[in-house]
Design a protein around this ligand. Structure first.
Ligand SMILES: Cc1cc2nc3c(=O)[nH]c(=O)nc-3n(C[C@H](O)[C@H](O)[C@H](O)COP(=O)(O)OP(=O)(O)OC[C@H]3O[C@@H](n4cnc5c(N)ncnc54)[C@H](O)[C@@H]3O)c2cc1C
Length: 322
């Protein structure tokens, strides 16, 4: 056996093999809500997630959740969510899922360090940021000069000059969040009309560290003398903006890359009889809000419990060990 085969075999032997009744892939508000309710229903479950929290960890101030009269920062909200999952003793495997397929009506979830077989599967993997798709973008990302999520960028942002590309809620929210620690922020947008909520536009207008630069179309990024340069163009001119870091916030897409072709098809055309469910931001056509993600999580649990209660063998469904 050659060295490569030996290392493959070693990795295979180290992989944890788990069988469970319901697997939830994702640890954001959608899966956390569904997991807590399923656990309360006494059904055997397992969460597999890269990390508990999800995209809300990026949020400056969440003001649209009932129960938090002054709003709550994304990071504090995630801390409370973690505390609640821990309190409820929800079983969690921290791992990155690489592929999911269905074989003989069972779901096979292959992650970096575990392999899970499950009767039901709930997917709440949220969204992934859209890329600009311009020259130099990948290189700037690899060199730590460009980010798509601010919780990854925050550690490098103190006292720095930052360019944020985008005109929606996320770009404006990132800018307000970073303005607490950075020196200067320029928001670069394609037109002179921001797409973000009026309340965020007003706060950006009032924040002296933030400047909004409109009608610029990014076309190249390069690194020069330790700085990152964004080249933009309009019909009439070409401009270059130098900064320490670039944050790209131009929209997000459902995170479903790891699904087999069969399951991707089912994502597009859901089947009533299937035991596969999508909840939260990953769900096709969903509006991206925490309360919608949580409502989805709760709704799916109600559907599953109803489905199980119609089955004669419901009492035989694996129960959680309390
Ligand atoms: C800057 C910003 C501000 C926001 N502000 C607000 C706000 O004020 N109010 C509001 O209602 N909404 C807000 N949102 C939207 C909100 O964050 C989302 O709607 C919500 O987090 C969706 O929850 P979710 O559980 O569906 O997905 P997510 O929160 O995205 O969670 C996805 C989970 O899946 C896991 N995951 C992904 N891929 C894998 C994989 N391959 N293997 C294992 N695990 C994986 C992730 O680690 C994560 O735990 C904001 C979003 C952003 C970016």
């Amino acid at each position: 056996m050659d060295l490569e085969s030996v290392s493959h075999l070693r990795r295979y032997l180290m992989i944890k093999k788990i069988q469970t009744y319901i697997t939830l892939v994702g640890g954001g508000p959608a899966c956390a809500t569904a997991a807590i309710q399923l656990f309360r229903s006494g059904i055997e479950i397992l969460i597999v997630t890269e990390r508990i929290g999800g995209t809300i960890r990026n949020a400056n101030l969440v003001e649209n959740l009932v129960g938090f009269p002054q709003g709550i920062s994304g990071e504090d909200f995630v801390m409370l969510m973690e505390e609640q999952l821990e309190y409820s003793k929800i079983p969690i495997v921290n791992d990155k899922v690489k592929s999911i397929s269905r074989v003989n009506e069972k779901y096979i979830i292959l992650a970096e360090e575990s392999e899970i077989i499950s009767d039901f599967l709930i997917i709440g993997t949220g969204s992934i940021p859209r890329k600009l798709d311009i020259k130099g973008e990948d290189e700037a990302f690899e060199k730590g000069k460009l980010f798509y999520e601010i919780y990854n960028a925050k550690g490098n942002s103190k006292g720095k000059e930052i360019v944020v590309i985008g005109s929606g809620d996320v770009a404006y929210d990132y800018s307000l969040n970073l303005s607490k620690i950075t020196k200067k922020i320029a928001i670069i947008q394609r037109t002179d009309k921001a797409k973000s909520l009026p309340i965020l536009q007003k706060r950006v207008e009032e924040e002296k560290k933030i400047t909004v630069i409109s009608n610029r179309i990014p076309y190249e990024i390069f690194i020069e003398n330790g700085k990152v340069v964004l080249a933009t163009k309009t019909e009439k001119e070409v401009n270059e903006i130098e900064s320490d870091l670039i944050i790209v916030a131009i929209g997000r897409e459902p995170n479903i890359e790891f699904l087999s072709d069969e399951l991707k098809k089912e994502y597009e055309e859901p089947k009533d009889e299937s035991n596969l469910y999508f909840i939260g931001d990953v769900k096709k056509g969903n509006y991206r809000q925490v309360s919608i993600a949580m409502g989805d999580g709760m709704n799916v649990v109600m559907e599953i419990v109803k489905k199980l209660s119609r089955k004669e063998d419901y009492d035989g469904a694996p129960r959680q060990v309390w």
